[in-house]
Ligand binder design. Structure first.
Ligand SMILES: Cc1ncc(COP(=O)(O)O)c(C=O)c1O
Length: 388
């Protein structure tokens, strides 16, 4: 084991089960470990490096901003922040943006928006938010309470009050929960990522949009993982033809730097007023400059290329030996395999392909611009490893 791994074990809190690899550099969709071994990256840092490693335009944007000004605080105006917000609104159908630093923080902020909107419109007892079983919304305490996975709540109780979890794709259970509780919002991931890459049914998502509209309940889409082109659309909700009131996003937005954003629709664009919320690093100039370099390239032609690569993957994996089911959307793909997912991921790593786990499934989140020949190389190795 390398010295880095020894030091990590000694000094880093053991919250992560790391694979025995230390990556030191990369280019595009290729990673190299400390021994110089080459890997095709089908993870992009868990849906973060949208345009791969050391992408030229992203580097230029970051380096140029680093040389000018790295941070000013939210007490002053700044161009990269405004530019990123304008691009986000233009591409999402939303009206205003609150910037923070991560996915979980964006969900915390969305929960505050929902509580405040409902308190002002209907009364303070309308604070309950419905989320789905098997969902994942983050690790901080409100986002964790929102997360519909009981096993993640263990040892951290009591959970924050005000969250109900109903089964995914169960319209009756959802309507029952709306009828029997004072609901502020319904929050969903259009494709449950950490929960195993499960795409929700089209009519279930449309049903949620309908209920929210009728009852003046906020629809919140957690686009932390699905967002920013990952689904083959700017945001996955656009692929389902709905427009939520709030969307949260992070991960791939700044192509590899920390950022989070809450996108606020017409109804809620002015819910937050001075002093309601804040984040020291929110709207950080370098992260926002990086985000602009990503957002400027996310257009319909690009989304079509993501969907084309997705179709290729689905065609290759569906019915392949050792693969029981394929789910997902865009370049967010989950494989239900006959052999345990953990074994497949370890075996792929040995064969130079980096894959991810997600609730017992193999999850693939390559860079959105992965070249077709590298995608084909990785897919063929994964298929070989999956064979029983
Ligand atoms: C759908 C979803 N929401 C929220 C989060 C939390 O994001 P972060 O790890 O940036 O706090 C994640 C992370 O995997 C996610 O997939």
């Amino acid at each position: 084991m390398s010295k880095i791994m020894d030091l990590d074990k000694e000094y880093i809190a053991s919250t992560y089960n790391r694979y025995p690899v230390c990556f030191v550099k990369g280019e595009g969709s290729i990673l190299y470990d400390e021994d110089g071994k080459r890997y095709v990256d089908m993870s992009s840092g868990i849906a973060v490096n949208s345009f791969g490693i050391a992408d030229e335009k992203w580097q230029q944007a970051v380096i140029s901003q680093v040389g000018k000004l790295q941070h000013v605080s939210n007490l002053y105006y700044s161009e990269p922040c405004v530019k990123a917000a304008e691009l986000l609104c233009g591409k999402s159908g939303m009206k205003k943006v609150f910037f923070c630093n991560s996915g979980t923080e964006s969900n915390e902020a969305a929960i505050k928006v929902a509580r405040k909107y409902a308190a002002e419109k209907k009364g303070e007892d309308y604070y309950t938010i419905i989320t789905l079983e098997n969902s994942f919304h983050g690790r901080t305490l409100a986002a964790l309470a929102a997360t519909g996975q009981e096993e993640l709540h263990q040892t951290f109780k009591p959970m924050m009050a005000g969250f109900i979890h109903t089964p995914a794709n169960d319209k009756e259970a959802l309507m029952e929960a709306v009828k029997n509780n004072k609901i502020a919002a319904i929050m969903i991931e259009c494709v449950q990522g950490e929960g195993g890459v499960m795409k929700l049914d089209d009519d279930f998502i449309k049903c949620i949009a309908g209920i929210c509209e009728k009852e003046d309940i906020l629809m919140i889409c957690d686009e932390v993982q699905t967002g920013n082109g990952r689904s083959g659309y700017m945001y996955a909700y656009q692929g389902f033809g709905v427009q939520p009131d709030v969307a949260t996003t992070a991960k791939g937005l700044a192509g590899g730097l920390p950022i989070g954003a809450v996108l606020l629709g017409e109804k809620v664009k002015n819910v937050f007023v001075g002093g309601d919320h804040g984040a020291t690093f929110g709207g950080n100039l370098i992260s926002c400059a990086a985000a602009c370099s990503i957002l400027e390239r996310l257009d319909d032609v690009f989304f079509a290329s993501v969907r084309e690569k997705s179709e290729y993957c689905f065609k290759e994996f569906e019915g392949a030996e050792g693969i029981e089911a394929v789910d997902g959307m865009g370049l967010m793909i989950g494989l239900k395999t006959i052999k345990p997912a953990a074994d497949i991921i370890n075996e792929c790593l040995k064969h130079g392909v980096v894959c991810l786990p997600a609730h017992g499934r193999v999850r693939l989140l390559p860079a959105l611009n992965i070249p077709q020949e590298l995608l084909a190389e990785a897919v063929s190795i994964i298929k070989e490893v999956c064979k029983a």
